[in-house]
Design a protein around this ligand. Structure first.
Ligand SMILES: Nc1ncnc2c1ncn2[C@@H]1O[C@H](COP(=O)(O)OP(=O)(O)OP(=O)(O)O)[C@@H](O)[C@H]1O
Ligand SMILES: [Mg+2]
Length: 283
């Protein structure tokens, strides 16, 4: 994808499997929304091959469109509609939609049903965006930063909703988020988009192994000092400590690397590689 003379996506290669929840992560401006908009048929691409539910999104039709759901990063239209009416209106376009009142309950907007869209708070508006994206029970849902502005309770509700869509309806989902905890909890697989291509892709365990992110082991020594060691083999370290203490290890804590640890390490490593490439090119 090229905007003007600038290549924003270059050599991006990505497969999302049917029925999985795939999280696309990456720094601001990496090209996540651009990628998603191309897959949705919302934005024309400059080149490359794209196949979504067996079709090229650039040549989509109404039948194909009804099979996908879209939650754009920014949605600021329909302000004069009432929440319940708007959802009911969109539901009528689909063969097997959610019952609008039930869906409003699922996203926590029952009380706002008769309120004008333009008067919703930021987080409430975002919940409505999510409801509009899934009202047609699509096979495939694109969620571009769906939980921005959600309070913790709404976030938890959204996570339950998304798990339900995947586990009960077999919905495939492509999600972007800057909330690493959210991606860690929800995603079956994760892709990291940087400098226009996917620099890492896999399960959390695969990414942690690839980034060689280490676990943090904390314990208290016999003289009362708190000790801490980073290790790629926490099981071995704990076994050694166990021998040394000849029994329980005081105040033992083993913290596995989080997705945030892995993500930050991978982004830093890729930045360093891009820097090296540039230096080599300059030389
Ligand atoms: N319509 C456009 N015209 C020109 N450049 C654009 C346009 N849309 C996006 N860009 C540029 O393309 C790059 C990728 O933007 P994109 O919105 O896809 O990033 P993103 O990964 O979604 O970022 P964020 O995490 O901030 O949402 C950015 O550098 C952006 O400035
Ligand atoms: Mg974006």
């Amino acid at each position: 994808m090229r905007y003007g003379t600038r290549d924003v996506l270059d050599g991006l290669d990505l497969d999302v499997h049917q029925g999985e929840l795939f999280a696309l992560l990456g720094p601001n401006g990496a090209g996540k929304s651009t990628t998603i908009e191309i897959l949705e048929g919302y934005r024309g691409r400059s080149g490359g091959d794209v196949d979504v539910l067996g079709r090229d999104p650039a040549r989509e039709d109404a039948g194909w469109r009804a099979r996908i759901g879209i939650v754009l990063q920014a949605n600021r239209d329909h302000g004069r509609w009432r929440v319940g009416d708007l959802l009911g209106h969109f539901a009528r376009y689909y063969a097997h939609p959610f019952e609008p009142a039930e869906l409003l309950g699922l996203v926590g907007l029952t009380v706002q049903s008769a309120q004008q869209v333009s008067t919703l708070s930021g987080g409430q508006r975002r919940r409505l965006d999510v409801a509009l994206g899934i009202v047609g029970r699509p096979e495939l849902v694109f969620l571009d930063e769906p939980t921005t502005g959600f309070d913790p309770e709404a976030r938890r509700g959204f996570h339950d909703l998304v798990r339900g869509l995947r586990d009960d309806l077999g919905t495939t989902m492509l999600l972007t988020t800057h909330d690493m905890g959210e991606a860690q909890q929800l995603a079956d697989r994760i892709g990291i988009l940087q400098s226009g291509r996917i620099t890492a892709c896999g399960t959390l365990a695969e990414l942690s192994a690839a980034a060689r992110t280490r676990s943090d082991v904390v314990w208290t020594d016999a003289d009362g000092t708190s000790r801490r060691q980073l290790t790629s083999d926490p099981s071995q370290l704990v076994w050694e400590l166990h021998q040394r203490f000849e029994g329980p290890i005081p105040d033992l804590e083993v913290r596995r690397p989080t997705l945030e640890d892995t993500y930050l390490r991978m982004v830093a490593d890729a930045d360093a590689t891009v820097g090296t490439d540039r230096e080599e090119a300059a030389a």
